[in-house]
Design a protein around this ligand. Structure first.
Ligand code: COA
Length: 252
C-alpha cells in the first residue's frame, strides 16, 4: 500500500498520509514523494489548492525513527530538506487536516500551512528536546512568532504537548471539529478556495508571506546544520536507542 495517497478533484490535490500502522511516521521515501508532489502541484495549472491530511486517529508521529537512524538527512538535497523548502516556498494555498497525534514534523509542517483544521482528538507536540535534538522546519522562528516566546518555550524547551483547544486559541488551528468530520470539512474549504481566481490566491499569499519567507528559509538551513550535528551526539543516540528498545531514555 502506498504510504502517500494522492487524489485530484475540483482543483484540489489531496495528499493523504497512509501509514497508520506506524502512526504515519515519515520515512525518507515519503519525504521524497511529498516533495515531488509539491513540486508538481506548483507547476500544474489545474491544481489550485493542496490539502495534506492523515487518518482520523493519527496525523503523523513525525520522522520514522528507524529509517532516520539508517539514513539520516544529509544536506540540503536530502528528501526532508526538499520537502521543507517546498513547504516554505509553496505559492498556492496549503491546507492541513489534523486528527490524533501530530508529533515533530507532524506539528512543524502546520506552521507553513495557510489553514489548519483539527479534530478534537488532535494532540500537537514538538518534543525535539526530549530527543536530544533542536527544532526543525523553521519552527524555532515560526512557533515563537505564532505563540509568543513563553508558550513556544513550553512546547520547544519543555517539549510539552498541547491539545486542539489550545492550538485554536494560539492560532495554529482555524477550527476544531469532531474527528470524523475534519477531513470532509477541510476538503469543502479547499474546494471553496479552489473556486476563487488563481491570480488573486497567488498574489494574496505572496504578499502575506513576502517579508517572512527569506527568514524562514534561512532558519530552516541554520536548524538543519545544528540538527545534523546533534543527531550524532550522545543525547540523541540514547533517545533513539531508548525508542527502539521501548524504554525510557536516561540522559546524563
Ligand atoms: N518512528 C518509527 N516508528 C514509529 C514512530 C516513529 N516516529 N512512532 C510510532 N511508531 C511505531 C511504533 O514503534 C509501533 O510499531 P510496532 O507496532 O511495530 O511496535 C507503531 O508505530 C505504533 O506505535 P505506538 O507507540 O504503539 O502507538 P501509540 O498509539 O501508543 O502512540 C505516539 C502513538 C505517536 C504517541 C507514539 O508512537 C510516539 O510517541 N511515537 C514517537 C514520536 C516521536 O518521538 N517522533 C519523532 C519526532 S522527531
Amino acid at each position: 500500500m502506498n504510504p502517500i495517497l494522492s487524489h485530484f478533484e475540483n482543483g484540489v490535490l489531496t495528499l493523504t498520509l497512509n501509514r497508520v500502522e506506524k502512526k504515519n511516521s515519515l520515512t525518507s521515501a515519503m519525504y521524497a514523494e511529498l516533495a515531488q508532489a509539491l513540486d508538481s502541484a506548483q507547476t500544474d495549472t489545474q491544481t489550485k489548492v493542496v490539502l495534506i491530511q492523515g487518518h482520523e486517529t493519527v496525523f503523523s508521529a513525525g520522522n520514522d525513527i528507524a529509517d532516520f537512524l539508517q539514513q539520516p538527512a544529509a544536506g540540503e538535497d536530502s528528501p526532508v530538506f526538499r520537502f521543507l523548502r517546498g513547504l516554505a516556498l509553496f505559492p498556492k494555498p496549503l491546507i492541513a487536516s489534523v486528527c490524533g497525534p501530530a508529533v515533530g514534523i507532524g506539528t512543524t509542517l502546520l506552521l507553513h500551512c495557510d489553514l489548519v483544521y483539527a479534530g478534537d482528538n488532535a494532540a500537537f507536540s514538538m518534543p525535539f528536546v526530549n530527543l536530544g535534538l533542536c527544532p526543525e522546519a523553521g519552527s524555532s522562528l515560526l512557533a515563537v512568532q505564532l505563540m509568543g516566546h513563553q508558550r513556544a518555550a513550553e512546547a520547544l524547551l519543555l517539549g510539552e504537548p498541547f491539545l486542539a483547544e489550545t492550538a485554536l486559541e494560539m492560532g495554529l488551528v482555524s477550527r476544531v471539529l469532531p474527528p470524523t468530520e475534519v477531513n470532509a470539512y477541510a476538503q469543502q474549504q479547499a474546494r471553496k478556495m479552489a473556486a476563487k481566481p488563481m491570480s488573486s490566491l497567488l498574489e494574496t499569499k505572496r504578499l502575506m508571506k513576502a517579508s517572512f519567507t527569506p527568514q524562514v528559509l534561512e532558519r530552516i538551513k541554520q536548524e538543519g546544520v545544528v540538527f545534523a550535528r546533534m543527531l550524532k551526539e550522545p543525547a540523541a543516540i540514547e533517545a533513539f536507542s531508548a525508542f527502539m528498545e521501548k524504554r525510557k531514555p536516561v540522559f546524563n
